[in-house]
Design a protein around this ligand. Sequence first.
Ligand SMILES: [Zn+2]
Length: 235
Amino acid sequence: MIDIRALYNLQKIDVDWDKVRRRLLQIQKSLGESAEIKAKRTAAEAVQAQLHNWQNQQRTLELETQTLKTRIQETDDLLMSGKVNNHKELEALQANLEALRRQHTQVEEQTVEAFVKTEELGKELEAQKKELGQLLTTWQSAQKKLITEGKQLKTQFIRLKQSRQEVADAIDKRSMDQYEQLRKRKSGVAIAPIRSDNTCGACNMQAPSGIIQASQQNQTAPHYCPFCGRILIRE
Ligand SMILES: [Zn+2]
């Protein structure tokens, strides 16, 4: 003897319980920063590092320009001072001055390049930070929703666990074993309802009328769907 209706009620709880459990696992996996956010953050950090390098470069070049300017001025002053009369020395000073001026031009060009790069990278970083900020805002509100849903599901989980215990307590061990085994083999559905058009609620096949009649007359002996092997029940 087997109480098919009690087992069917138990199965309804188990199906809901499985759903809650699956969703809870899904939520657990979705909590925490997404790959998209992590990638965006890494990209922004890379731009930040580049910007930092160029800013340093710019400062170094500005100092170099300052030093060169002073040296040019000093050399120029010396040339003009009339203190150096030796022809060779004057030539050397002149050559030195020209070299300093060339170097100055070069450093100025490099300074402009560093300035442009710093500007570009600064804008890029700003755009990336803005994007990251938007992503974080969307992500945070999604996380909040997930956390709320998770809390509700945990309550539901406990409630279903209690209900299952109550229903299971009233079922004999042999019936329970049979149910559990069948459920394991049949993807969580051991008992299938017969629909009004006499099709099996699990595999959708038309159940033979003999089996339907028998399942209605004797609800304590299991009658199986010949197609999917589940126990049939008229709801
Ligand atoms: Zn079936």
